[in-house]
Design a protein around this ligand. Structure first.
Ligand SMILES: [Zn+2]
Length: 513
């Protein structure tokens, strides 16, 4: 049964106030929190509601008075069938990106970053395409930093990704032909604004290289925003599925859902899968066979949203906090600092030591460590190579182009497919069985639905084929690989002691100074 709590009534009713504090304590005590967020967390950032009929649509309507396109159609893959609606889409996205560029992250975004910094965040999953998590320092699944580099097709580095962007990223563009991906520049934006997509620099350079050696020119693809539309597979779908599977296997101890109406079918599935493992936190049996007693703050599913969840969620969601997410996170932080001040003391102690003795050295050491930690996750800090793969990987005419791009459209279709690993070997298939078992019989069949709207769910629930292929996906070796680093240092006692010894280093430096 979902308990509903009015956030703004917190100062009034004692029982509501108590329960809200209990939830805050739950956040403070949990160690592997999964976050699922939607548009509601970016409402206070100055991004206009792009689903409503005014605001961003005004300019689009002015430019294309004859084209009638509903809000939902602007995010449906079918729009590419018609040149007019394609132009409207490009112009609209350019306006949306400009308003997102002018927006600032909300307290809720910073809260997610704080959870990560305090080693409490297992993973954040968002439906938002605004990339505001990245701006507060959470590495997103779309970022270059999260991907492997080299000749082979880029894959996601499970450990690096702190924020999984379920619907892609408006700040990046992708070639419709060769799937090359790069940041969206001002030049791209101007082209989109005029309803025309820019040419793909990778395709262009490949073609030019051929022409230079008197071979036939190649087809040149165009760039489109790297967001995932309704009825489209996610280009990183395989890798995102791997991340989810690994997160579920790590048994998250709290699930917080913020600012989403939970209407998208795939998201519902994701939330229900996580809720199941979260609810089992602290249960089971002790080594001598006695049943464990779940502590009252353990294994909670919290839903923070202005509107209540539907009845289908009564067994999934434990608490519905009715109110603004920004207000709730402020309250949690306030309670957390009050209830567990020790969690916030480490940095203060260090700062204090820095003031009294060995000021310069300590400061340097802190800055160094900070820089190190930040460089792992914050792309702004790291000395990243030029993001444009076109620049960083010049195509040599004598060699096969260094690119993730396959050479022919037929090949491209195969590898761009969600389920390209159909021809799996028997050994691989044995591995799947084993992994599936490891995953506690996790039903992966609906994974692809994550990126599909509820209204399209029926045709996509698909036949047995999808199911089998979805499972075959697990057969990729990366699954096994991913599970090892997935035991991230946050929760690994060994690395916690490593962190302690780092603190020891600081002390030493202070003494020397
Ligand atoms: Zn291309």
């Amino acid at each position: 049964m979902t308990i509903s709590l009015q956030l703004n009534a917190a100062s009034g009713e004692p029982s509501t106030r108590r329960t809200l504090s209990d939830i805050s304590l739950g956040v403070a005590r949990s160690k592997k929190i999964v976050l699922v967020t939607g548009a509601g967390i970016s409402c206070s950032c100055g991004i206009p509601d792009f689903r409503s009929s005014d605001g961003l649509y005004a300019l689009v309507k002015e430019r294309y008075p004859d084209v009638v396109l509903k809000g939902r159609d602007l995010f449906d893959a079918s729009l590419f069938r018609d040149p007019a609606s394609t132009s409207v889409f490009y112009t609209f996205i350019s306006q949306l990106k400009r308003s997102i560029d002018a927006a600032t992250p909300a307290p809720t975004h910073r809260f997610i970053q704080t959870l990560d910094a305090k080693h409490k965040l297992l993973r954040s999953y968002t439906q938002n395409i605004d990339g505001l998590e990245e701006r507060v320092g959470l590495c997103g699944s779309s970022s270059q930093q999260a991907k492997t580099t080299g000749k082979r097709k880029a894959k996601l580095k499970v450990k690096e990704v702190r924020n999984v962007q379920l619907h892609g990223d408006i700040h990046r563009v992708r070639c419709t032909f060769c799937s090359a991906e790069m940041p969206c520049t001002e030049e791209h934006l101007l082209a989109f604004e005029n309803g025309k997509p820019p040419n793909c620099p990778e395709c262009t350079s490949r073609s030019e290289a051929r022409v230079a050696r008197s071979a036939r020119a190649l087809k040149i693809g165009t760039l489109r925003p790297a967001i995932v539309l309704y009825d489209e597979p996610h280009p990183l779908g395989d890798d995102i599925g791997t991340i989810q599977t690994s997160d579920i296997a790590r048994k998250p101890d709290m699930l917080i859902i913020m600012g989403t109406s939970l209407k998208v079918h795939g998201l519902k599935k994701l939330v229900k899968d996580f809720a199941k493992v979260v609810h089992a936190t602290g249960t089971g049996t002790t080594p001598n066979g006695a049943p464990k007693v779940q502590k009252n703050w353990q294994g909670k599913v919290v839903f923070v949203n202005k509107t209540p969840p539907g009845s289908e969620w009564s067994d999934v969601i434990d608490y519905h906090v009715a109110g603004e997410t920004d207000e709730w996170v402020e309250k949690v932080l306030e309670d957390w600092k009050k209830l567990r001040p020790s969690d916030w003391e480490v940095q203060q102690t260090l700062d204090k030591t820095g003031e009294t003795s060995g000021f310069k050295v300590v400061k340097d050491a802190t800055a160094k460590t900070k820089g190190k930690a930040a460089s792992k996750r914050n792309p702004d800090v790291e000395n990243v190579p030029p993001e444009d793969p076109f620049i960083s990987q010049p195509v040599s005419p004598s060699k096969k182009p260094i690119s993730s791009a396959p050479s022919s459209p037929s090949k491209r279709r195969q590898s761009a497919s969600h389920y390209s690993d159909v021809e799996s070997s028997p050994r691989k298939r044995r591995d799947i069985a084993r992994i599936a078992n490891d995953m506690e019989k996790l039903d992966m069949s609906d994974m692809r639905l994550l990126f599909t709207d509820a209204t399209n769910a029926i045709k996509n629930t698909g036949g047995g084929d999808d199911l089998v292929m979805g499972k075959l996906d697990l057969s990729k070796p990366k699954v096994r690989k991913a599970r090892t680093p997935a035991v991230s240092k946050e929760d690994n006692p060994e690395s916690r002691s490593a962190a302690k010894s780092r603190r020891g280093v600081w002390v030493e430096i202070v003494q020397k100074a």
